[in-house]
Ligand binder design. Structure first.
Ligand SMILES: N[C@@H](Cc1c[nH]c[nH+]1)C(=O)O
Length: 394
């Protein structure tokens, strides 16, 4: 490696410098405080786990996104966490084993083998909240509200929530009889929105009503009026499909009453995420970002693999992206004091008090020129805080 290469970072593994690092940290604290105030208990998941526990119940996509390393202690394969959600589900199912509803939140840097898009990060700081033990609509609404409040607090503007329901796709797929390769291809086409290829793929099975409904899903996207259209297009479909539409309708009503400034979009063929979602799925978008700002949904089955299937719903977002939407933060103007102040008890006390009040007091070391607009100076037998107008930045 040449000298010029020795500070190259791998693609998508960015470092964060001042003042952005501080901005991200401020936002992390703010959001964790909001989660705390909603009753979500903080957990700290491990960075690395044995592959079996990390990927159990989580699906193929997450497997592909996971960096694998060998544990030199045991010779077993370990994976670096690429998504905190299944880790929290394991904590709920195995480590906590609490009865009733449990609420957890987290903030942790995860690593991914490839980024979601060309410019995307492979080391997002995933922050989110997960709720276990409640299957009803109210828990989905709580999570959606917490997510929306968090994004608005972070300063997201012109927010759009995209709602879907993978239960509809799953119910129609089990009502249809399609060969497994066709099922896999259908999933792929829907997930990657290659909708114009659907008619050719499904043509041989068009006589099955469930196949016609599956194909109809691709047209069911747009504003809340889509739900009325869905009732017509999917009339006669299995009961669970109609229940899912009812659920979406109730959520749309509640959300538009609570957040009139947020735009709602429905997409009944949306199959985003890591394959573990089982019901409502959602994502939040803002116009200036070509990818989802936050994602989430219901994933009721994941705990089964750990011995306790529990209803589950949650959301997560990337702190780095969220902070990048904010106006650049300006660090508060510090106060400078000569390093010799540490040898004076009254001076030390004054510095401590200023720091406790939230000020930054920076010691000017010997040989450093005195600078800064605000300085503690020794005058008439005491330390005085002075402002030097000549150094106040315009
Ligand atoms: N962890 C999921 C989102 C999610 C959180 N909880 C449920 N779903 C993702 O990153 O896509």
């Amino acid at each position: 490696m040449s000298l010029a290469d020795s500070w190259l970072l791998p693609d998508g593994m960015g470092e964060v410098l001042p003042p952005q690092a501080r901005q991200i940290e401020n936002l992390r604290r703010q959001l964790l405080d909001v989660f705390h105030s909603w009753g979500y208990d903080l957990v700290l998941p491990p960075k690395v786990e044995f592959l079996e526990s990390l990927l159990t119940g989580a699906g193929h996509d997450l497997d592909l996104q996971t960096f694998k390393v060998m544990d030199q202690l045991t010779g077993r394969m370990m994976g670096v966490s690429a998504d905190v959600t299944p880790q929290v589900a394991r904590m709920d199912a195995h480590s906590m084993r609490q009865q009733g509803v449990t609420r957890f939140c987290y903030s942790s840097e995860v690593l991914r083998t490839h980024a979601d898009n060309l410019l995307g990060s492979r080391s997002p700081i995933q922050i989110g909240a997960e709720m276990f033990g409640h299957a009803g609509l109210q828990s989905d609404l709580e999570i959606l509200s917490l997510m929306t409040d968090s994004l608005l607090l972070a300063g997201a503007e012109q927010l759009c929530l995209d709602l879907g329901h993978v239960g509809i796709y799953r119910a129609l797929l089990s009502a249809a009889s399609l060969p497994s390769e066709t099922q896999a291809e259908l999933f792929d086409l829907l997930q990657h929105k290659r909708l114009d290829e659907l008619p050719a793929l499904l043509a041989p099975w068009q006589d099955q009503p469930a196949v016609a409904w599956l194909q109809g899903l691709s047209q069911l996207n747009g504003g809340p009026e889509v739900l009325a259209r869905a009732r017509q297009v999917l009339s006669g479909a299995p009961e669970s499909v109609i229940t899912a539409i009812d659920e979406l309708e109730a959520l749309v009503q509640a959300l538009s009453a609570a957040y009139p400034q947020v735009q709602l979009y429905l997409d009944l063929s949306e199959l985003r995420g890591f394959h573990y979602h089982t019901g409502l799925v959602f994502a939040a978008y803002v116009p200036q970002l070509g990818q989802a700002l936050a994602k989430g949904g219901r994933y009721d089955d994941i705990g089964r693999a750990f011995g306790r299937a529990r209803p589950a719903t949650g959301f997560s977002t990337d702190l780095k992206i969220l902070a990048s939407l904010q106006a650049e933060c300006h660090l508060a103007t510090p106060i400078y004091a000569p390093a010799s102040i540490l040898t004076d008890a009254a001076g030390r006390a004054q510095v401590s008090q200023l720091r406790r009040q939230g000020e930054r007091v920076i010691l000017t070391l010997p040989d450093e020129a005195e600078h800064g607009a605000r300085r503690l100076v020794w005058q008439e037998g005491q330390w005085m805080l002075q402002t030097f107008e000549s150094e106040v930045q315009a």
